[in-house]
Design a protein around this ligand. Structure first.
Ligand code: CA
Length: 108
């Protein structure tokens, strides 16, 4: 069933769109790190987290968890976790872990 979903053209279109949006949001988030705390910074962060969680749900993760939190919890030493830590700061994936999340992962 999972393979059929992954290979369906609609899923691939949706997933690539979300991945593209997530990458754009990650770029805006990196830019927002330069901004002082306030409305604009909070807005960018909230939108980025919502796309991040959508991307996590599309890859069969908990819909209330970010990709960073999922990698920090499940694969903290993976190359992607190291990439995220390089992009967002040392210990990013570990700090993104929410202890109460992950129970709704569809792939354990
Ligand atoms: Ca959460």
């Amino acid at each position: 069933m999972v393979v059929l979903i992954l290979l369906s053209p609609i899923y691939l279109i949706i997933f690539s769109t979300i991945l593209f949006m997530w990458l754009i949001c990650a770029l805006f988030y990196a830019i927002s790190l330069l901004l002082p705390a306030g409305f604009a910074k909070s807005y960018i962060f909230n939108v980025m987290v919502s796309f991040d969680q959508t991307a996590n749900a599309l890859t069969f993760g908990d819909p209330d968890e970010t990709i960073s939190g999922r990698f920090g919890r499940r694969w903290p030493d993976s190359w992607f976790s190291k990439l995220l830590n390089t992009l967002f700061g040392v210990g990013h994936v570990q700090q993104a872990i929410e202890p109460d999340e992950g129970k709704d992962d569809l792939i354990k």
